[in-house]
Ligand binder design. Sequence first.
Ligand SMILES: [Zn+2]
Length: 154
Amino acid sequence: MHWTTHILVGAATGLMMKKPILSVPAGLTEHVIMDVIPHRDFQSRLGYILDTLIGIGIFTELIRFQKNSNASDAKAAVWGGISNALPDVELLLNLFEKLPREKRLFPTHNGTLPHGIEYLGMSSHVPIMLEAAATGISIFILGKRLKNSFERGA
Ligand SMILES: [Zn+2]
């Protein structure tokens, strides 16, 4: 899935887990699950570049949120986002230098585990809907917590 989606889902899960030490293994595990479920990756460099910029923007906001809040759920959100997004850094580096599939480290990137089984006899709309649902649910969870922190002044 897209890097931005990995950051959002990892952060939302970390927020719900409330413990940074648990959000790291959860984020890495989620990355595998998200890579395996049907989805489509960008077919152009422009898509990867835009996704990377949006992800960096969201991540910057998460760090600012964490700095303004000493709550452990905010730290867990940041670590969940980092751990879920980190494996895709090796794919983003492809923008600069092609890394052969067999040299990649993460199991869903080097072929050890399947990546983005796009069509399991389903409509091409299903992968888009799955990604939209993951993104939407994560934004809802994060937005609810941010709203609460603003109301509390935390
Ligand atoms: Zn990946």
